[in-house]
Design a protein around this ligand. Structure first.
Ligand code: NDP
Length: 360
């Protein structure tokens, strides 16, 4: 019975987050991608930070009142993972099979999806943004609960690395939700469809695998890591954040107004064929995807922050980013070469580095 409750926990949490998303006030913004049928720019209701605060608040109330142990999600992490995994598979199959085929092989369509950007409840909720929202918030709850397990296990000598890891990862989650609008301009929104990769990825992989560092270290005692290691971890993380957030915001500013200087200082320099423009200044002049380097550095900072630099578990997270972002960069580069033509060729010549300047 206990196992069954654990299994359905992510289902219940996802449903709760979805209801909060629908009910809480939200700002309405116009996005970047267009409706598949009407060709109009899609509009979105965004309220990620508010839903996050509400969910963490509920978690805290349950913990303080004693209604649920602080580390309940840790205790039920295996059935929880199984439940999220199963829901991810079922939802992917249901979404794909209920959408018209694009004429591809069934397995490929199951994996990559058919529909691009479906919206629900009279456009009150966007399927992709809801998936990212529920994944991000369950990740945050898992992190808090896993850290709580560590504190309950070692009340007299908890690891500062666990505190740092959760603080940095909370920054990562809050950053995503605060800048939810910028996410509307990314690859996931304009190039991906709703299939197993995205649905299962958001429901199972994102909230459970991303916490792999604590999954492996929450049960361990304080490693007594030297302070310099923790400082280094935070520096690597924030250096990565500056690159990723800076590049994303510069591109977002440019897409909204191609004349506007980013942060009032970085005037955009572009290659253009008179119709389409490719930005090659600021972050986008360092490498063609310096934002990916930023994500990988943030992941390395997180792996280091736990204070167990030789433990393999936390390093699976940056390794996953390398495996995800290297092929994604190739794919995006191909897509941009097709879309932009000559300006992209000029950009490749001026900025030959794909991700890491002077290296790759
Ligand atoms: P980008 O933000 O780099 O978006 C690529 C698109 O931006 C291109 O297809 C093109 O689209 C446009 N573009 C690229 N270069 C230029 C340029 N020089 N000038 C003008 N437009 C350009 O990548 P993603 O969407 O993949 O990633 C967005 C963010 O999300 C990144 O920071 C990434 O690291 C992060 N991310 C995070 C993940 C996570 O799990 N935490 C997973 C994957 C990504 P267009 O056709 O619109 O011009």
């Amino acid at each position: 019975m206990d196992w069954l409750i654990g299994f359905f926990t992510p289902w219940i949490i996802f449903a709760g987050i979805f209801v909060l998303h629908l009910l809480l006030p939200a700002r309405r913004v116009t996005g970047y991608v267009r409706d598949e049928d009407s060709g109009e720019l899609l509009s979105y209701r965004l309220n990620g930070p508010l839903v996050l605060v509400a969910c963490v608040g509920i978690w805290a109330v349950l913990g303080f009142s004693g209604a649920l142990p602080w580390d309940w999600l840790w205790q039920h992490r295996w059935p929880g993972l199984a439940g999220a995994f199963t829901l991810g598979v079922l939802a992917s199959v249901a979404v794909v099979l209920s959408s018209p085929s694009r004429g591809g092989a069934l397995l490929a369509e199951l994996y990559l999806g058919r529909r691009e950007n479906p919206q629900m409840f009279n456009r009150r909720a966007d399927a992709k943004m809801v998936l990212y929202l529920v994944g991000a918030i369950l990740l945050q709850l898992n992190l808090l609960s896993f850290a709580a397990h560590h504190f309950l296990s070692y009340p007299d000598d908890p690891s500062p690395g666990v505190v740092l890891y959760v603080a940095l990862f909370s920054w990562f989650v809050c950053d995503y939700l605060v800048f939810e609008r910028v996410h509307l301009y990314t690859y996931d929104l304009f190039a991906e469809r709703l299939g197993f990769k995205l649905i299962w990825g958001c429901l199972a992989w994102y909230p459970y695998f991303y916490a792999v560092g604590l999954w492996s270290a929450a049960d361990l005692p304080n490693p007594d890591a030297p302070a310099w290691l923790l400082v280094l971890a935070a520096l690597v993380f924030f250096a990565g954040w500056v690159l990723a957030r800076g590049a994303n915001m510069q591109k977002f500013t440019f897409k909204q107004d191609p004349q506007r200087a980013f942060l009032g200082r970085m005037a955009p320099k572009v290659f253009s064929d008179g119709e389409r423009q490719v930005l090659h200044s600021g972050f986008w002049g360092v490498s063609r995807h310096v934002n990916y380097l930023g994500e990988i550095l943030m992941a390395c900072g997180l792996a280091l922050s736990l204070g167990w630099p030789l433990l393999i578990g936390p390093w699976l997270y940056p390794l996953y980013y390398v495996a995800l972002l290297l092929p994604r960069e190739r794919d995006d580069d191909r897509r941009c070469a097709e879309k932009y033509g000559a300006p992209w060729e000029q950009y490749r010549e001026k900025v030959p580095w794909r991700i890491v300047p002077k290296v790759y």
